[in-house]
Design a protein around this ligand. Sequence first.
Ligand code: GDP
Length: 709
Amino acid sequence: MMLLTKKMIEIRNILQKVGQSSTLTLPSIVVIGSQSSGKSSVLEAIVGHEFLPKGTNMVTRRPIELTLINTPGSRSEYGEFPDLGLGKISDFSSIQRTLTELNLAVPDSQCVSDDPIRLSISSPNVPDLSLIDLPGYIQVVGHNQPLELKQKISELCDKYIQAPNVILAISAADVDLANSAALRASRRVDPRGERTIGVVTKMDLVDAVRGSAILNDRQYPLRLGYVGVVSRVPTSTGIFKTGKTDVLTAITKNENAYFSSHPLEFGPGSDVSVGTTTLRKKLMHVLEQTMSASLQTTSDAIQQELEEATYEFKVQYNDRPLSAESYLAESLDAFKHSFKQFAEEFGRPQMHELLKNELDQRVLDLLAARYWNKPITDLSVPILEPDNLADLPKADPESLFWHRRLDASTSSLTKLGVGRLATTVVASAIQSHVDNLIGQSTFVSHPFARQAITEAASSILNDRFYSTSDQVENCIKPFKFDIDMEDREWTQGREHVQGVLKKELDACEGAMKDLESTVGGRRKLKEVLHFVDKARKGDIVVENENQAGAGGFSAALLQKGIYPSQIRQPRQKLTQIVGREAAFLRDRADIIKMRLMAVKSKQCANMKNKYHCPEVFLDAVATKLASTAVLFLNVELLSEFYYNFPRELDTRLGRHLSEEDVEKFAKEDPKIKKHLEVIRRKELLELVLDKMESLRQLEGREGQRNKPG
Ligand code: GDP
């Protein structure tokens, strides 16, 4: 019938995993006694090993929940701390060290803690038992101990000695039972002595007649009786020194020698229980009885808890099944699916557009720097060359000046590092698309997965970066020497650059509007502009005035507008800054309008007039560069990425993750965490209930068999 305790202990361990349900406990044997009453010696005699912390400095500071697991047929003996993950420890002195460390980690100022240490010991030589060792009661508080320590120990013990637990009250034979702290505590919670076993240690220290009288005590009658033991390990055997740890045999031998030398008092006819072996048997029997008695109440409590969990699962989660693995797998599938959709929508045309936009900005910068210079108004500067802007419409196609100008501009464009630029533009677009996809996926609330995905993308992109950018640079190389342009390309360029110029014009005008609101209206800005123009012409002197020209830069620059730091400048200074900015924008808008008209004019319709229309020519060159670059980007970067990314995701978030990591991942999302916990609780409770049901059937059969007749 010993099977019952074993099964119940198993159930108890499962229940501990359910957590949060302190109500669901199965009975244990709680060991209490004064310090030095021999509590540790008794426990070690039961286990057959020396493993408890020793020393005078209050070495038991936390409850030790000890589960003994009988493993018949096995030869190995080991302990495990389920909360520490240290694995199986077969060296008992190492268990002792760990227990000492865990106890001493409770600071002296606190001295006791109610956070239990869980330890299980598996051995063929231990009975199936579940025992709880508690700090010993003290008489006086030590000088470096908190005053309320006595109280704290007593309260901690009180918590554990409640029903249905069995109390193992340890008292030493050489101390009057009336003074036994253990019996006093037990009386308070078990006044009729129904679930207390009295253990009287150190029987060898009193004479046999007196010893026998103690065990027959009538003053503190206990239904489960008293057992006398001599549980000190005889030092003469030198057991601990040699490391041979058959403590049990040594104690039993010593004990038997003592008790059998007093047959009258302790012999078979004496009516008293003595010896560690007897105690063990009694413990097993009593625990089993108690467990069996609590079977019904516990299973009712579990049933109720299960009903609550089932209700929560239904109401809050609509009975939707979920596991950490399935959650990850589904999230990953959904993410890959959205990535696939993205891949279908992002290809050569999209890359071309991105790259062309980038190149358009470079073209604008080039035009501004090389063609759109403001007519020089400062008469101190000698005019050596044709005035770019003013003379552009009548540029002489035979003039070396205009040839050189266009060649230099084209060459700046083709040599600006298109390979690197194109690769950067596309790679960062991909990266930010991936970030967007993460943002729309369930992974958004999982920092771990978010990082894994971002890294998966960047690792592939980084891997491909240099070779892609070299390849692209190589393939546009011919354009650095010669540009062969067809009419069709010219026409397209003329069409396209009009759009670019219009957009730039809009940007200028938008920025101008922003400035207006900064200074407080259109009129105010006009005044400021007037002031700046006068300063430019030298009519007034403005401190620190630099050359305010329409040097001309791209839309990106225009969008910057006024910096907050500039707003904090003194008023006069701010007016200068705003004024200069406004003058620049106004001049630029004027130039763009003028050039837009030129591009639209008949003259620019014909490629022969390319020196008049550098805007069209450079636009067409930029298109050629973009188209060629995209061909190679597609092969070297995009296709590679599309192929490798889902695989990289599988590697980082799929099969390589340990079960723990998957669990950790899923629980990053508090909603998922709660969902998973409800399911787990439900499953564990169902499992427990199932086990309990089969136990009850087993009991029923045993009962039938034991019926007389
Ligand atoms: P605890 O503080 O209650 O855990 O007590 P211990 O088990 O550490 O025992 C306190 C002291 O009493 C130790 O020196 C033990 O060797 C000694 N002791 C324990 N049991 C017996 C016993 O049955 N007989 C004798 N003579 N000494 C014992």
